[in-house]
Design a protein around this ligand. Structure first.
Ligand SMILES: Cc1ncc(C[n+]2csc(CCOP(=O)(O)OP(=O)(O)O)c2C)c(N)n1
Length: 616
C-alpha cells in the first residue's frame, strides 16, 4: 500500500498527458544544442504555454519556472549535464530542467502521489542532484562537489543556480566566503528577479532597478572582494547573451558569478502582475485568468491566525511579527498593511529571525515568529539556546505543521512536536479547531515566563469549541479506551470513537491542546483506562505519545495502561495528498479504531484497515 506514495512511477506513466507534452518530451540537451536562435525563442514560447497548461491542472510552482526558461536552455546548451553537475538552489524552479531532460510526460502527474516530484529528484533522473528544497544550500553542495572533483581529478564544471531570494540565507554567505577564499573553480548563476515570494530583502538584488539603475548598482565589488570574478548583469531572457556569459565563466580557472536579470512569471500576465508573489506557487487555476479553479472555502488556520494577530496587535502596541521571506504565506500581510513598522521580513533567514526575536523580547517587545514547521528546523539552535536558555517570551506561530502533502519530504513538518517539547520552559500548543487558535495566541502573548509555540496544519482545519489556558478538554467519556488527539488528529480520534462504539467499545476522547506541559487532569483520567491511544501528526518517536506514556508510567500505582502511540514513523515521507498520507500511516478514524480493536478481545471489524505505527 505504501508503494503508492513512492517515486516508482516512470515519469510519463499515470493520467492522460497534457496536450503538447509528448512533443516537448522529445527535447533533450543534444537537440537543444543543434537549435538556432529563432528555434530556441520558439521553443521558449512553447515551454511557457506548456508550463501554464500543465501547472493549471496539477498546481505547483509557476512564476519561478516561467522566469528561468531561457536561462535553463542556455545552461543545458553550454554545460554537459550530468558530467557538468547543475545544482538548483531550492529546486522549485527546475521544471524546465525536467522538461529538457526527458520528463515532459511526467507533468501529467506532477506532485501527485506516485507521480513526478515538484523538485529535483534523484530517482527520476541522473540530471538531478539535490532534493532538499530548503533554500540557500546550492553553493555549499557545489563547493563540496568542486573540491571533490579537484581531489579526485574528475573533469567537468560544477554549476550552481541560486535566486536572489535564496542568496539572503546565511548558509549561502558561508559558502561564498569559503569558495572565494579557496578560489574553488565553479560557475555560480545568480538568478536575480528581485523577488523571493515578496520583493527580496537585499541590496544585492538589482533586477527591480531596471537595466540602467542596475548598472549603476552592480554588486561587483561585493563579489570581487570575496574572491569571485563577476559577469553581468545579463538579460536572462536573451539566450545568446546568457550563453555568452556562461561560456566565458566556464573558461575561467576560479569561481565566477554570472549575474542574470529575469522577470518572475515572465510571459504570463497574471503571474507578472501578481503583486503578492508573481504566482510563485499555485493551486489548480484557470489558465485564461490565472485565478484558482476552486476558491478557498471552509475554515483555515492561516486565516484565523491573521485575524487573531490583527486583533491582538490592536490591543498590544508591544506586539511585533517576524517572517523569513514568507509574509503572505504565513498570514502576516494584513498586519503589515495595518502596521508596516511592526512586521519584519528578514529574508530567507530563519536563524536570524529567531535570534532577532530573542533580542526584541530582551528589549521588552512581544515578538511573534511566523514560520513554517519545516523551515523552523533551520533555527533549532537559535530557538533552543538564544531564546530557550534565556526564557525569553517569544511566540512561535508554526504553520504547515505535520503532513503537508504535495511538496514532499522536505516540506512535511514532522519534527516540531518532538523537538519543541524538549526545550526547557517552553509551552507547546496545538489547536484542534480554528476557534481555539486566537485563545491560544492570547494566552501565549500573556505568558512571560518563557517561549510559547502554537502549531497548526496546512489542511484539515475544523470548527469547534475553544478551550482554556493550558487545559486539555474532554469531549467524550467511555471506560474501554482513552483517545488523546493532538491538534488535527482530534478529528480522527472523534471519528474513531464513533467507529469503536459501533463495534461495542466505549471511548473517552480528549483534545490534548497543550503538548507540553501535559494537563495533569488528562493524565490522571487516562490512567483509569486499560488502553490509551495518543494520536499526533508528527514523529512518533519522542513525540507527545512518548511523553504521555512516560507520565502514565511515572504516575501509575498498579498496572499502567497499555499506550499505543500513533504518529509518523521515522522516514522521509514522499509527496501526495495529506489525507492519503495520514490514512496510510493509520492516522485517520478507521486507522485509529483498527489499532484499538487489534489490541482488544473483540474481533476486528472487517471494513477497518489495520495499519499501525510504533507501540510503546
Ligand atoms: C529555508 C527556507 N525557507 C523558506 C523557503 C520557502 N521558499 C521557497 S522559494 C522561496 C523564495 C525563493 O526566492 P528566489 O531564490 O529568489 O527564487 P525565485 O522563486 O524568485 O526564482 C522561499 C522563501 C525555503 N524553501 N527554504
Amino acid at each position: 500500500m505504501r508503494a503508492a506514495l513512492l517515486h516508482e512511477v516512470e515519469p510519463g506513466a499515470g493520467p492522460e498527458p497534457v496536450a503538447g507534452d509528448v512533443e516537448l518530451g522529445l527535447v533533450d540537451p543534444v537537440s537543444l544544442r543543434a537549435m538556432d536562435r529563432a528555434e530556441l525563442d520558439a521553443l521558449a514560447a512553447r515551454i511557457r504555454s506548456f508550463l501554464v497548461d500543465a501547472v493549471s491542472v496539477t498546481g505547483g510552482h509557476l512564476g519561478s519556472n516561467l522566469g528561468v526558461v531561457e536561462l535553463t536552455l542556455a545552461l543545458h546548451r553550454v554545460f554537459d549535464s550530468p558530467n557538468d553537475p547543475i545544482v538548483w538552489d531550492t529546486g522549485h524552479q527546475a521544471y524546465v530542467h525536467k522538461l529538457v531532460t526527458g520528463r515532459g510526460k511526467g507533468f501529467a502527474t506532477l506532485r501527485q502521489g506516485g507521480g513526478m516530484s515538484g523538485y529535483p529528484n534523484r530517482l527520476e533522473s541522473a540530471h538531478d542532484l539535490v532534493e532538499n528544497s530548503h533554500a540557500s544550500t546550492a553553493l555549499s553542495y557545489a563547493d563540496g562537489l568542486a573540491r571533490a572533483a579537484t581531489l579526485t581529478g574528475r573533469p567537468g564544471t560544477v554549476v550552481a543556480v541560486v535566486g536572489d531570494g535564496a542568496l539572503t540565507g546565511g548558509l549561502a554567505y558561508e559558502a561564498l566566503n569559503n569558495i572565494g577564499m579557496t578560489g574553488t573553480r565553479m560557475v555560480v548563476v545568480v538568478n536575480d528577479n528581485g523577488r523571493s515570494y515578496a520583493p527580496t530583502v537585499s541590496r544585492l538584488t538589482t533586477a527591480a532597478a531596471g537595466a540602467d539603475g542596475a548598472l549603476g548598482r552592480r554588486p561587483v565589488g561585493f563579489y570581487r572582494s570575496l574572491g569571485f570574478d563577476y559577469r553581468g548583469p545579463v538579460d536572462g531572457h536573451d539566450v545568446e547573451a546568457v550563453e555568452a556569459a556562461l561560456r566565458e565563466a566556464a573558461a575561467a580557472t576560479g569561481p565566477v558569478i554570472v549575474h542574470v536579470h529575469t522577470v518572475k512569471g515572465r510571459g504570463y500576465e497574471p503571474a507578472e502582475h501578481d503583486e503578492e508573489k508573481c504566482l510563485h506557487d499555485v493551486a489548480p487555476f484557470d489558465p485564461a485568468s490565472g485565478r484558482p479553479k476552486v476558491a478557498p472555502t471552509g475554515p483555515s488556520y492561516t486565516r484565523a491566525f491573521t485575524a487573531a494577530l490583527l486583533a491582538a496587535a490592536e490591543q498590544r502596541p508591544d506586539l511585533v511579527a517576524i517572517t523569513a521571506a514568507m509574509p503572505g504565506a504565513t498570514g502576516l500581510r494584513a498586519l503589515g498593511e495595518r502596521y508596516p513598522d511592526r512586521v519584519f521580513d528578514v529574508g530567507i533567514a530563519e536563524q536570524h529571525a529567531v535570534t532577532m526575536a530573542a533580542g526584541m523580547a530582551m528589549a521588552g517587545l512581544r515578538p511573534v515568529v511566523a514560520v513554517y514547521s519545516t523551515f523552523l528546523n533551520r533555527a533549532w539552535d537559535q530557538l533552543y539556546f538564544d531564546v530557550g536558555l534565556h526564557r525569553l517570551p517569544v511566540v512561535f506561530c508554526i504553520d504547515r505543521a505535520g503532513i503537508t502533502g504535495e511538496d514532499g519530504p522536505s516540506h512535511h513538518g514532522l519534527l516540531d512536536l518532538a523537538l519543541l517539547t524538549k526545550v526547557p520552559g517552553m509551552t507547546v500548543l496545538a489547536p484542534s479547531c480554528v476557534e481555539d487558535l486566537p485563545v491560544m495566541l492570547e494566552w501565549g502573548l500573556g505568558h512571560t515566563a518563557g517561549p510559547v509555540a502554537i502549531r497548526w496544519p496546512k489542511s484539515g482545519a475544523r470548527t469547534g469549541t475553544p478551550g482554556r489556558g493550558l487545559r486539555a478538554t474532554r469531549l467524550r467519556r467511555g471506560r474501554d479506551v482513552c483517545l488523546l488527539g493532538v491538534g488535527r488528529l482530534l478529528g480522527a480520534c472523534l471519528e474513531a470513537a464513533c467507529l469503536l462504539e459501533a463495534a461495542g467499545m466505549r471511548a473517552t476522547v480528549w483534545d490534548v491542546r497543550a503538548a507540553s506541559p501535559l494537563d495533569p487532569a488528562m493524565v490522571a483520567d487516562a490512567l483509569g483506562h486499560p488502553t490509551v491511544v495518543v494520536a499526533e501528526d508528527g514523529l512518533v518517536e519522542g513525540g507527545v505519545g512518548a511523553a504521555v506514556a512516560s507520565a502514565l508510567r511515572d504516575r501509575s500505582t498498579g498496572i499502567a495502561p497499555t499506550v499505543l502511540t500513533a504518529g509518523v514513523p521515522r522516514e522521509y515521507v514522499p509527496h501526495g495528498k495529506a489525507d492519503d498520507i495520514l490514512a496510510l500511516f493509520g492516522l485517520d478514524g478507521p486507522g485509529i479504531a483498527a489499532r484499538v480493536l487489534e489490541r482488544s478481545e473483540s474481533p476486528p471489524v472487517p471494513s477497518l484497515r489495520t495499519v499501525g505505527t510504533t507501540r510503546s
